[in-house]
Design a binder for this molecule. Sequence first.
Ligand SMILES: [Zn+2]
Length: 75
Amino acid sequence: MAKGFPIKDPRMVRVSTVPGVWEWMLECPECDGAGVTDVEVAVPDPIRGGYLSEEPGECPACQGRQYVEIDDNDV
Ligand SMILES: [Zn+2]
């Protein structure tokens, strides 16, 4: 019997941070590995005092790298 995958299965991506060295990284869950997500940006407005807007920008979780390093300190 094949075991089903867990619903929240973090996707792994192979990333080369150093030429010739490949590491398994966790695909960024914030932007689904896109590196870009909707971020809040402060829009200055001298009349209304400014406001927050959402527009596509560099993902704050992975800094646009599309992956996050696996923190296995607690494992
Ligand atoms: Zn991200």
